[in-house]
Design a protein around this ligand. Structure first.
Ligand code: FAD
Length: 396
């Protein structure tokens, strides 16, 4: 009988893995993808929806091609438990499925309890995250659209590592772009727990100085300790309180809940250690973990592009293992990440990472990759090209 591979999570990592498990096995592997969402929702480009420049339809893609053209079984449900001893997965509906291999790409979980009062503030509709593409993406836009001219849009950033290092700065830029056009007396306040921007710092700072002077204020070393929903106020350990009209509070993040629940987290309790040759979790055999959920190698960001690359390395290794073929001893992966500084212009950062057998991790290849010298509309069009290409590579 054929080995049964269950892929949990149809995001950037999981959907790519499901497709490439089929491609690398010449369409013979037995692959089932489990995902609760009806369609694929992309975080990349979702900041355009937050800033009212695109709609949810622009970041939504169907899963159909995976079933129709690639022979993947798709189950619309979520996994509530994985039993690694019995090798059984239980779905929320109660169904159980046995497996030989699990590929797990559950994304992130937001650690709401890391900020006092955040859960309550969210329940009261005072704070939002919109750090997973979905209903909150549009809700945040609606709050922005309803804000008075002269209001403050605050976005707070947790200490690294978190999903998509430049994502909050891109969001701040596009929100400022919206405010400049529609509510010029308003302000974007960036409250960063880190000491400086964690990605593309000089490029963002240049764009902000040139395009949003007085509109964006950046405050480093501001780690939100608590939220007061009644007064819409953020409190910090030492710095003065901040009151804002729209509160986009991003708490610390960890691997998706199911990974933590299964006992896959490493000593820090947040991320999953993997063997970078095949992305098998070091804690539990036959569960391969991808994407944002893993403890990444140094200088590897938590990005959709990286999740896509993890998926291909893992899929190739799993198919090789199942067929007794040799596993690639030196995988190479790359990352390219675009960020928009306004509706048209973007910047990019790119890197190449090679497996180092001695250190048993990926090391970034010096001299490879690079960074924009300045933002341009040409890079803006490349960024849309990147998005359409990766959506196609993941799903079509
Ligand atoms: P996801 O893509 O989040 O997929 C996880 C999937 O697992 C989800 O579909 C979820 O429904 C499912 N799932 C979770 N738990 C279960 C369960 N128990 N059972 C079944 N299914 C489950 N990256 C880039 O490369 N470029 C960008 O320009 C970029 N821009 C971004 C902008 C923003 C605003 C944000 C927030 C992120 C951005 N990212 C970008 C980062 C990118 O979205 C993530 O790195 C990427 O989604 C990680 O892929 P993943 O597979 O780990 O998780």
């Amino acid at each position: 009988d054929k080995a049964r591979i269950l892929v949990i999570g149809g995001g950037f990592g999981g959907a790519t893995a499901a497709k490439y498990l089929r491609l690398f096995s010449n369409n013979t592997a037995n692959v089932t993808l489990i995902e609760p969402n009806a369609s694929f929702l992309s975080c990349p480009m979702s900041n355009f929806v937050v800033a009212g420049m695109r709609t949810m339809a622009d970041i939504t893609s169907p899963y159909e091609s995976l079933t129709k053209h690639h022979g993947i079984k798709l189950i619309r449900d979520s996994v509530s438990a994985i039993d690694p001893d019995k090798k059984i997965v239980t779905l929320a509906s109660g169904t159980t499925l046995s497996y030989d291999k699990v590929v797990l790409s559950p994304g992130i979980s937001l650690m709401m309890n890391s900020i006092e009062g955040l859960t309550k503030a969210n329940q009261a509709g005072v704070t939002l995250q919109a750090w997973k593409a979905g209903p909150e993406t549009l809700m945040l836009y609606k709050q922005l659209a309803a804000m008075r001219d002269g209001g403050v849009f605050a976005i707070s950033i947790p200490e690294a590592p978190y999903r998509c290092p430049p994502g909050p700065y891109e969001r701040a830029s596009l929100v400022a772009n919206y405010l400049k056009q529609h509510k010029p007396k308003s302000k974007v306040l960036i409250l960063d727990a880190n000491q400086d921007l964690t990605s593309k710092g000089a490029l963002f700072k240049k764009a902000w100085a040139e395009q949003y002077s007085g509109l964006i204020e950046y405050l480093p070393s501001h780690n939100v300790a608590s939220v007061d929903a009644k007064t819409k106020t953020l409190r910090f350990e030492v710095q003065d309180d901040v009151r804002a009209d729209v509160l986009n509070v991003l708490p610390a993040m960890s691997a998706g809940e199911i990974a933590i629940k299964t006992g896959l987290a490493n000593a820090n309790g947040r991320w999953v250690n993997v063997d970078f040759l095949n992305f098998e979790a070091t804690a539990i055999k036959d569960i391969h973990v991808l994407g944002d959920a893993i403890q990444t190698a140094p200088l590897m960001p938590k990005s959709g592009h990286m999740a896509n690359q993890h998926a291909k390395v893992a899929a190739a290794a799993i198919i090789a293992q199942l067929n007794d073929w040799p596993v690639n001893p030196a995988p190479v992966v790359n990352n390219t990440c675009y960020s928009f500084v306004n509706e048209q212009a973007a910047v990019h950062i790119a890197s190449v990472h090679q497996y180092d057998a001695q250190a048993k991790t990926f090391k970034s290849v010096s001299g490879a990759g690079g960074l924009s010298t300045e933002s341009s509309t040409k890079e803006g069009s490349y960024a849309w090209g990147w998005a359409h290409n990766i959506w196609t590579d993941t799903l079509a």
